[in-house]
Design a protein around this ligand. Sequence first.
Ligand SMILES: *Cc1c(COP(=O)(O)O)cnc(C)c1O
Length: 401
Amino acid sequence: MDYKQLAKTYETPLYIYDFNQIKKRYLELKNSFAGRKSLVCYAVKANSNLSLLKLLANLGSGFDCVSFNEVRRAILAGADRYKIIYSGVGKQDSEIKDAINANILMINVESSAELDRIEEIAKSLDKIARISIRVNPNIDPKTHPYISTGLNENKFGVNINEAKKMYIKAKNSQFLNPIGIHFHIGSQLIDIMPVHEAAQIVSNLMRELKALEIDIKFFDIGGGVGIRYKDEKNVDLYEYAQGILSALKGQDETIVCEPGRFIVGESGVLLTKVLYEKVNNDKRFVVVDGAMNDLLRPSLYGAYHEIEALADGLNLSKCDIVGPICESGDFLGKDRDMPELKSGDLLVVKCAGAYGFGMASNYNSRCKAAEVAIEDGKARLIRKREKFEDLVANEIEFIGE
Ligand SMILES: *Cc1c(COP(=O)(O)O)cnc(C)c1O
């Protein structure tokens, strides 16, 4: 990829996504469940750019959404409504109403209070809400605590006993139709054993529910398949799928999975430009034009992203790669070996396709970066760089003066 040309055309900081690779990843996962009824619902929060959603919708992907605006994005991108799931631990009444009216596949319920609320709203609309319940199997996913979600101490889902009560209630309601069962134990999972353990627990529960004539049709295993940021081993998708199938022990419900990071993570980079180098008391800093408002993961999770310098300077030495934001936590990499760099040299921050642009903010009144897609060797702009006018557009007192 000609990063220098891209930087010249679109300027930096710049997100660049390889759409061919995204397509490949989607198909790999879809094919790992070949021979089974399956639905891959891409987790929109990982990267919600409309062109990217459209690429996936055209391949037949479904979508896992965590706000009604994400549902709207999916619909706008051409998704089939019957392939859209709406999840999330806190849904507003208006969002529940819109989701029922939008006739999507199902709403994923995360608490008993929410089930009651959905029933009331469905009743007021005189409609039947299709639901699934997020079960918390109390499995430790062995990942970063901020992205671990399947333990009793987390805010997500409900425990097995509560889930049972909720399913019975839903079955007996005129306005609820429980069609799915769901779990999602965490993100960036490299060891997939915990997913298989969780699948066994939830599969047993599904069998019990079916014995109670609760007609579950979708077994939703969540997302979480990890990627290679540094030296992680690649998850074997065949093994992943086989473990799920064996947990189902012959039950033939449609398997739903909700991958985000796996589909887009390795397909994206953040291209950033060196502003200058500085040395403070023997410590070397490379100051770049990209920052924590563009890519928050290093600051938020201490996440590692490989950074490659497009410069042939010699004399590698350790440095921190930092952004211009007024926070000590504003860094993209720490203690990295870099050649001598000069103003204008480009750095490529790898594996930035997931939870990159989606977590971007306007902190320090910085404009969000542009996004570019590469497909079949051609580049195209899929989101314009923000301008100052975009930043102030909603601050009404000053508009038009
Ligand atoms: C975040 C999330 C996902 C996607 O997680 P990845 O690790 O990106 O695959 C899927 N399902 C639910 C419910 C989520 O919250």
